[in-house]
Write a protein that binds this ligand. Structure first.
Ligand SMILES: Nc1ncnc2c1ncn2[C@@H]1O[C@H](COP(=O)(O)OP(=O)(O)OP(=O)(O)O)[C@@H](O)[C@H]1O
Length: 376
């Protein structure tokens, strides 16, 4: 899944970047390798999320991109220009994790202040302020003291300040952190509008759900390393995912007239023998049903013989038992096989919903694998 080849349209290109914070013998503090060969790239129009647990190196990477600190190895560029150079910096808007706007400001006077910092002239400041206050939903509260603003409103004002000089790239440090659900959704709406307007956005977050909702592309970091990077659909989907497991939710009915497990509806009380010798290819399938319980079992070379679902009917009526189960298997053929067997036993399929892996599944697996690697 790792894909680090920069192209001509790369807005951000990071290549084997390293950053070591030097320790101090006086303070008995050792060196910290915050970035250990980080490579990633973001293209124009992407919303690129940097996801990682505390201490992963996300803020350090953003600081290097903004030129706040220098790298100790590797290379980082924005728009093909060295990260931190004034030409690159001019084309970037930045929203820090907690922007402190002086309490005496109104939203409009704050934007005037930031516009002047960006050396914009007064007519441009007035025009951009109108556009941006409208975009972030503060047009009607523009002359109110920011003292009365909620955290969400302050964050939206922060987005407006980052956009004053109409940058090509927006870098957002934890843009929804500390906001309530309403505030988060409002900030997300603004980011989505910017994405639709074609802005490139690079954001850093440890909120998995937010990243999944907003981002088109992603890098997962832990302990100074990129564990995976690519389009978000690949990170959470089944196709091309680092895990090929398919999660399936299945709802079906079986006739109640079937005898109990020892002499069940699948001939000898079970279906399949799990050996793979039953014409189901390499993926054997086993299962058993009684009036009360149904057991689905899949034998696959990758996972071995395992009971994947064992459960009670969710409803009974008019000669039918209804079951709902959710299970994971490595091969699509196994899903087809289960469906065929249910039909073959006189059952009928009500629903079959393939589930994507959640980003959390992918994230937790990668971080756990890294922890295991470090432990060995
Ligand atoms: N100025 C510094 N001096 C020494 N070590 C530092 C400094 N800044 C960060 N670190 C260390 O570098 C590592 C990466 O920190 P960084 O803040 O980049 O991670 P992060 O992913 O942004 O974490 P968080 O989500 O907690 O902000 C951590 O071990 C941190 O303690």
């Amino acid at each position: 899944m790792s894909c680090t080849v920069a192209s001509d349209s790369s807005i951000i290109a990071v290549d084997r970047l390293e950053k070591t914070y030097r320790g101090s013998s006086l303070l008995r503090r050792g060196d910290v390798d915050a970035l250990q060969g980080v490579s990633l790239h973001a293209e124009a129009g992407q919303v690129f999320g940097l996801l990682g647990p505390n201490g992963a190196g996300k803020t350090t990477l953003i600081k290097v991109l903004l030129g706040v600190i220098g790298a100790t190895g590797g290379h980082a560029s924005l728009f093909g220009l060295p990260a931190g150079s004034s030409d690159a910096r001019r084309r970037v808007g930045y929203l820090p994790e907690s922007l402190r706007v002086d309490r005496h400001h109104t939203a409009r006077s704050a934007l005037r202040f930031y516009g002047r910092l960006s050396h914009l002239d007064s007519p441009t400041i007035a025009r951009r302020s109108d556009e941006l206050l409208d975009l972030v939903g503060l047009a009607r509260r523009d002359r109110e003291s920011v003292k009365r603003f909620s955290k969400g409103m302050l964050q939206r004002l922060g987005l407006a300040q980052a956009l004053m000089h109409d940058p090509d790239l927006l870098i957002l440090d934890e843009p929804t952190d500390g906001l309530d659900p309403v505030g988060r959704s409002e900030v997300r709406d603004v980011i989505e509008q910017l994405r639709d307007a074609g802005k490139t956005i690079f954001l850093n977050s440890h909120i998995l759900h937010e990243v999944e909702l907003i981002c088109t592309h992603l890098a997962i970091m832990a302990k100074g390393k990129v564990l995976a990077t690519g389009p978000i659909a690949e990170m959470v989907g089944t196709r091309g995912s680092t895990s090929s497991q398919i999660m399936v939710e299945l709802e079906f009915e079986l006739p109640t007239s079937s005898p109990p497990v020892d002499d069940g509806p699948f001939g000898d009380g079970s279906f399949g023998d799990g050996s793979g010798d039953d014409g189901s290819g390499g993926d054997g399938l086993g299962g058993a049903v009684t009036r009360e319980r149904l057991e689905l079992r899949i034998l696959e070379p990758a996972v071995g013989d395992s009971v994947v679902w064992l459960g009670d009917p969710i409803a009974a009526g008019s000669g039918q038992l209804r079951f709902r189960c959710r299970f994971g298997c490595e091969h699509r053929a196994a899903v087809d096989e289960i469906v065929d067997r249910i039909r073959g036993a006189g059952g009928s399929l009500i629903r079959l919903v393939p589930h994507r892996h959640s980003l959390e599944d992918t994230f937790m697996r990668l971080v756990r694998e890294q922890q295991q690697d470090n432990a060995t």
